[in-house]
Design a protein around this ligand. Sequence first.
Ligand SMILES: [Zn+2]
Length: 360
Amino acid sequence: MMPFMSFVQFAFVNNPMRQFFQQQKTCLLQRLIKGAFFFSFISWATPGYAETFKLGLPIDCNIDKDCFIQNLPDAIIGEGRADSFCQGATYDGHKGLDIRIISMDDIKRDVPVIASASGVVKALRDGVEDRLVLSDEDKKALENRECGNGVVISHEGGYETQYCHLKNGSVSVSMGEEIKKGDLLGFVGNSGFAAFPHVHLTVRKNGTWLDPITGRKPALACMGDNPPTPETSLLDTKALEVMTANTTRLMLSGITGAVPSHDDFVKSGPAVKLGKEDTAIIGWAWFINIRKGDQIRFTLEGPDGLIVTNTTDPIEEQKANFSAYSGKRGKPQSGKYQLTTELLREGKPIEKSLYIEILE
Ligand SMILES: [Zn+2]
């Protein structure tokens, strides 16, 4: 019998990055309008505006399919971290929302970064290269250009939105240009201070940043048992719908013939498929925002039935990025291979994927 390979290897990259009020104008016309009509006009015109400034997602993609919510804002001022829902999908001092694409290889898909609300372009930058920031030297080289290629849009009511890490050469708006909600600003990239390709959105009002999910200043801490509603959030209904306290996702899984490198996942996505010349059969999976205590269960089957099944020990701490694998040495024969990956929380599967490969 072939020996088991050491069955779980993990690695993680702790993300090193990290309404307008339309003033009601009294005009001469109003003063001329007869009393009764005037009052009825006021009664429908006054409310609304404070609530009508709502932000859409800053990206046009299929959430949980080809793009994922990686980081929420840090709701705690000073030391420690907690995301908008009092969970751990953030890092200390993160002032925005990060929506990622899977790997550097996906940058070439030209995933649109779009305006979250209508406004005017106030600032922009392009020309910063797309590269993973991995070392302190990389970080230092980006001093004052942390946002990389980016756009700032000013909106009515003192609001501002900032979009960061756009693809080099993709910024498609100009200074002073009027932008409508949903307009293309550029494409998702990895410029500036970014350890994975994503768009970062910061929202400010009169210079103070706000959590777009809760609509609150971070000093007010996370929402706990009082989750954001369409009324309290700065996000529109559609954008708010995809924000959830549970940001844990199984992003990718597959079967390969050699021990996969976690660092290669963010560079090029899935590991090379199983090949006839390989000397091992290995199932792997890559997760984001995995929590303390979570476990991964692999069931790998081949043409002759079960190859290996394994459940990892509970994860020791929350990890923004996590990958694991399980396999067996030996030359693969032709036929159908199947990997079932389950992410267990308190013993129950909360994420599951099935990967099938036919080896000719
Ligand atoms: Zn960010």
